[in-house]
Design a protein around this ligand. Structure first.
Ligand SMILES: [Ca+2]
Length: 466
């Protein structure tokens, strides 16, 4: 008996297996669609060492930041936003894990080309968690969480990486303070020919353009205005790692950062993605010597407000009301937690988040349950001048102490500049906050990974080889 082709295939069980295969593909497609449906795009823009009062909408009288101000006008400003650390790498580790960075034993800025320092391969980064939740991921700009194989951005969940691995780079010639070339496209050393801030925006814009159909996570991690103080017109100027003036160098750096942020926001708007994209802008620590941290006391590196309170702006046109302000104290780890929650992702079971989801605030100024925010500056294996300090912010109060027995208590609501130490008249409150810090330290110590020991071994090896 003649069989039609379909019958023959049916007889041989081929159609059955094709149907099963199609069914499986269909399920896979549905699963992948449900994984990505309605997920917002997530754009986290980090400035490096930008001070609290360094942009117009946070009070800068001498810097023009129309793009950041527009972002603030279209979204929410956070006036009590804290970087988890007063220096670079630890804040980045906090963002990438949604956890206190002290748990990783990384309490200093990763040293040049140092192995064994940064975000250990044993940790699951935010980028990896977002990737698992169906996101395309890219880092443009500064990493500063490890040089070693296994510790780099592409190995921590970023599909794409353009930028530098270390903490500082010449803005035109792309070498770090040790003279080592530090500019990469994924694993490949590259030698482009433009100002680093502009390049960082170029790659961000290109990524968004390519990702317009998929949920994406873009971490745009600008080097500016971290030293060397080179503005976009300083290619031919005499080069120095640390010298410069606010007027000649620093202000052009911040203004070009503002333009770069504007290009990213404009691309999102031009592709009609604004309603489905959360954009967060903040800084990794307080401003350095050329910055304006006013009205706060202290600079980068200290646990005075000027070292850790930094601007933050969030825009999501569909969700956040325009031109709103929140003074609720929040930290970098909360932004990591918020992004992960929005993506529907979750951390490994043995790495619960310390950060809190900020959506209740973003959706309508709702307060979170009052909670303490903890800070600690520990001894640095690479820098001998660091003084240990710890601090906690609880509501309007801030308590700070040192191993030498100094104690400070400030009411930040009436004394944002930390001028009046109220510890003597509020000893009981101070003791209570001190014991909160003790309990926190008992929880975070010892670290999961002993980077400090590794750093000291490396340092001894470097000294011996000299
Ligand atoms: Ca920094």
């Amino acid at each position: 008996m003649d069989e039609t082709l379909p019958q023959r295939l049916e007889t041989k069980g081929i159609i059955g297996s094709v149907k099963k295969a199609l069914f499986r593909i269909g399920c896979l497609l549905l699963w992948s669609i449900s994984l990505t449906a309605d997920k917002p795009n997530l754009v986290f823009i980090l400035a490096d060492d930008l001070g609290y009062g360094d942009i117009d909408s946070f009070g800068a009288p001498d810097i023009e930041t129309p793009n950041l101000d527009r972002l603030a006008q279209e979204g929410m400003r956070f006036t009590s936003n804290y970087s988890n650390s007063a220096i670079c790498s630890p804040t980045r580790a906090a963002f990438m894990t949604g956890r206190y960075f002290q748990r990783l034993g990384l309490e200093w800025a990763v040293w040049y080309q140092a192995p064994g320092e940064g975000l250990p391969p044993t940790e699951t980064s935010l980028a990896s968690m977002l990737k698992d939740a169906g996101y395309q991921t890219a880092l443009t700009g500064k990493w500063h969480l490890g040089y070693e194989e296994g510790w780099r951005p592409n190995q921590h969940g970023f599909d794409r990486f353009f930028g530098c691995l270390g903490g500082n780079v010449n803005y035109f010639e792309y070498y770090d303070k040790t003279g080592t070339h530090d500019m990469f496209l994924n694993d490949e050393a590259i030698h482009p020919d433009a100002y680093v801030t502009d390049l960082t925006a170029d790659y961000a814009v290109q990524f968004i353009e390519e990702m317009k159909e998929e949920p994406f996570f873009l971490f745009a991690s600008f080097n500016a205005p971290h030293f060397p103080f080179q503005g976009p017109e300083d290619r031919e100027s005499e080069f120095s790692w640390h010298d410069g003036t606010r007027e000649k160098h620093y202000i052009p750096m911040v203004e070009s950062l503002d333009k770069a942020v504007g290009r990213i926001v404009d691309k999102i708007d031009a592709l009609d993605l604004a309603e489905n994209t959360l954009i967060v802008f903040t800084s990794d620590n307080g401003g350095e010597k050329l910055a304006r941290n006013a009205p706060l006391k202290g600079l980068k590196g200290s646990l005075w407000e000027g070292g850790i309170r930094v601007p933050a702006i969030a825009r999501w046109t569909e969700v956040i009301s325009e031109d709103t302000v929140s003074d609720i104290p929040v930290q970098t780890i909360d932004w990591g937690a918020t992004l992960l929650k929005l993506a529907g992702g979750s951390p490994p079971e043995n790495r619960p988040l310390d950060g809190k989801d900020l959506m209740p605030i973003l959706k309508g100024g709702q307060a979170l349950t009052m909670r303490p925010l903890f800070f600690r500056r520990a001894l640095d294996p690479h820098r001998s001048k660091v003084v240990e300090k710890r601090a906690v912010r609880l509501g309007k109060w801030k308590y700070l102490d040192t191993p030498a027995g100094e104690q400070f208590l400030f009411n930040l609501e009436t004394d944002i500049a930390e001028q009046n130490n109220l510890i003597d008249s509020n000893l009981e409150l101070g003791l209570g906050m001190s014991s909160m810090l003790d309990q926190w330290e008992a929880d975070i110590d010892p670290p999961l990974y002993d980077q400090r020991n590794q750093a000291l071994i490396n340092k001894a090896a470097r000294t011996n080889s000299k």
